[in-house]
Design a binder for this molecule. Structure first.
Ligand SMILES: CCCCCCCCCCCCCCCCCCCC(=O)SCCNC(=O)CCNC(=O)[C@H](O)C(C)(C)COP(=O)(O)OP(=O)(O)OC[C@H]1O[C@@H](n2cnc3c(N)ncnc32)[C@H](O)[C@@H]1OP(=O)(O)O
Ligand code: NDP
Length: 539
């Protein structure tokens, strides 16, 4: 395989047969040896895990070109430097302290013409890149359509254009989402016809101002719940249209969660998808959410997605399928787990391992009933928020709880589409790929979700949010438990005071309530005097 990458490789589709055979024999990590890999979205959640795994499990990889934009005054070099300091890279740093030498940051703003690459960078990339992993995207559900289109579709188109010029390219792997076709109930591993011809939409939106696009968005996206899934569907179509002679693989992960095993269990670094929900529930802020207990929670650990992605890179380059191969990377059809079960295990974990400075004791329930949901929103979210804000006002502080709840309601409102329904994904290509791997590769690049123990995974996911998202120390758990006990006592006191108050108001206004009250009190007295008399007699 090394010989393959050291010779000048002819244009795509024209590999000498012996080279392909050598590649067929190679293991996944051998395949990546000597290869130059281009990655977009490397600073994102999945991109980071991809960079880490590639460098750790394929130590002979030649170079990783990471397309990174400048952000908040930091250059791409500075951003990479900061990223590599993070805990995610601890294991790699220990195993191979020089790993950073293989990383080459390339300044690139994907929404700009030509991806804002310098001529020099274009030349380097077109001459040296062997494999592309395109992870960058906007994953916000509320992204204005024009921006989502710009990044998720037009940037993909531009990257494909660049890929066409690459002289040594073996594979182009595009990261899509299992929900790109969420307007369907059963989703096969095929690229479905787009809701609209992407080129036409791009041209139409070009002349419209943002206000018109905003007004038209619901009509345009139709059955899709948001601009994210809609533009990801269009991106798949663009990948197919622009693939030319490229060898293409499309990975469609479902809801990507914390790592299962690698580089260590429970690694997660953001509030997206379920993570924010788990944290809000653990902090005692979120008490209810619209979700179906019996719907399959199609979570997939990030390390599983990345292992499959790397294996797909190998397979695509080696077998060069004639048309783009789609891999639905999901768990529901193989090892299903439901939102009701997730709720149970999340609550159990946060009761045993509480988060610090919780607002209330964690106690959240999911419901699919709209009226019950609205009732709990009022009683368990809005009412305590109002009370707390009143307390803040009275103590001279700025009220903030209602604002937090409004944001939370917006976020869970955007998620409920996904937590209230079931989808069925065919995952034959995932199984096929697993069968293509050697026994050793199946261990190193494990994506066999049949082995996933859900209760253990959810526990380590929740603990991961505590350790890596909130940066809380596990040693401080006793103090967090003490805080929960304090909250419980506050609640008991509050409930007692409230009950007495309500009762006082009630008996002040109703004769019947007063009669009941006197009857109960006299009954208590009678019982007490009987008890006293009988105890004196026995003496
Ligand atoms: C009841 C308990 C038991 C639980 C059982 C039931 C759980 C049900 C969970 C259902 C989850 C379903 C998830 C389905 C998702 C499937 C979609 C397909 C998968 C994909 O392909 S892509 C990944 C999905 N994408 C997302 O998840 C992005 C969604 N997020 C957004 O669109 C926006 O963030 C949102 C929600 C519109 C909010 O926007 P905004 O108000 O502008 O806030 P910011 O995002 O800018 O964040 C500002 C700031 O706040 C932090 N933040 C964000 N969310 C939270 C949170 N929940 N709690 C606390 N803090 C949060 C964020 O990190 C920012 O901080 P900075 O420091 O960076 O400013
Ligand atoms: N997370 C999930 O649950 C799922 C994700 N996916 C897909 O996986 C891929 C990665 O998702 P994830 O890692 O979660 O997303 P993140 O939001 O964590 O990362 C997005 C990445 O894209 C980069 N990016 C965004 N805009 C630009 C730009 N204009 N120019 C250059 N780079 C840019 C970001 O860079 P920067 O740091 O500069 O912002 C970041 O590196 C996406 O394609 C997504 O659709 C699919 C299914 C589920």
């Amino acid at each position: 395989m090394k010989a393959c990458s050291s010779v000048v490789i002819p244009p795509l589709g024209k590999f000498p047969l012996q080279c392909v055979c050598a590649a067929v024999m190679a293991s996944v990590s051998e395949f990546y040896a000597g290869k130059c890999v281009l990655i977009t979205g490397a600073t994102g959640f999945m991109g980071k895990v991809l960079v880490e795994k590639l460098l750790r499990s394929c130590p002979e990889v030649k170079a990783l070109y990471l397309l990174i934009r400048t952000k908040q005054g930091q250059s791409s070099q500075q951003r990479i430097h900061t990223m590599l300091q993070s805990k995610l890279f601890d294991r790699l740093r220990e195993e191979n302290p020089d790993f950073h030498k293989r990383i080459i940051p390339v300044s690139s703003e994907l929404t700009q013409p030509g991806l804002a690459l310098s001529d020099e960078d274009v030349q380097t990339l077109t001459q040296s890149v062997h494999i592309i992993f395109h992870c960058a995207a906007t994953i916000r559900f509320d992204e204005p359509l024009k921006h989502a289109l710009q990044l998720n579709v037009i940037a993909t188109q531009q990257l494909l254009c660049l890929a066409q010029q690459m002289q040594q390219l073996h594979a182009f792997i595009h990261i899509s989402t299992a929900y790109a076709n969420c307007n369907r109930r059963h989703i096969d591993e095929v690229i479905y016809p787009p809701p609209v011809e992407p080129g036409k939409l791009i041209h139409s939106l070009e002349w419209m101002d943002d206000a018109i696009v905003h007004d038209l968005t619901p009509r345009l996206i139709g059955d899709w719940p948001n601009t994210y899934t809609y533009t990801k569907a269009l991106a798949e179509c663009v990948v197919q249209q622009e693939s030319g002679k490229l060898n293409i693989g499309i990975i469609r992960p479902s809801i990507v969660g914390a790592s299962w095993q690698e580089p260590f269990p429970g690694w997660i670094d953001n509030f997206n998808g379920p993570s924010g929900v788990f944290i809000a529930a653990g902090k005692g802020i979120l008490r209810t959410m619209r979700a179906s207990n019996d719907a399959v929670a199609d979570l997939i650990p990030v390390d599983v997605v990345i292992n499959l992605t790397l294996a797909a890179g190998w397979y695509t380059a080696v077998h060069r399928p004639k048309s783009a191969m789609v891999y639905n990377c999901t768990t529901g059809g193989i090892n299903p787990f439901h939102w009701g079960e997730i709720e149970h295990h999340v609550m159990l974990t946060f009761k045993r391992n509480p988060l610090e400075q919780a607002f209330r004791r964690p106690n959240a329930n999911i419901t699919s009933n709209y009226l019950i949901y609205q009732y709990w929103i009022l009683v368990s979210h809005k009412f305590p928020a109002l009370l707390y804000d009143l307390f803040l006002r009275l103590s001279g502080q700025k009220p903030q709880m209602m604002r937090i709840f409004n944001r939370l309601h917006k976020a869970i409102g955007l998620l409920e589409y996904f937590s209230s329904q079931d989808w069925e994904w065919n995952s034959d290509n995932m199984n096929m790929l697993m069968n293509q791997l050697s026994t050793e590769d199946r261990k190193v690049f494990n994506f066999d979700v049949r082995q996933l123990n859900w209760p253990e995974y959810i526990e380590s996911y929740c603990i991961g949010t505590k350790k890596y998202v909130l940066n809380e120390d596990m040693a401080d758990i006793p103090a967090a438990r003490q805080h929960l006990r304090k909250l419980r006592n506050i609640r008991y006191t509050f409930n007692t005071v409230l009950l007495v108050f309500i009762w006082r108001v009630f008996i002040a206004r109703s004769q019947m309530a007063r009669n009941i009250w006197y009857f109960v009190v006299s009954l208590c007295f009678k019982f007490l005097s009987y008890f006293r008399a009988s105890s004196t007699l026995t003496k």
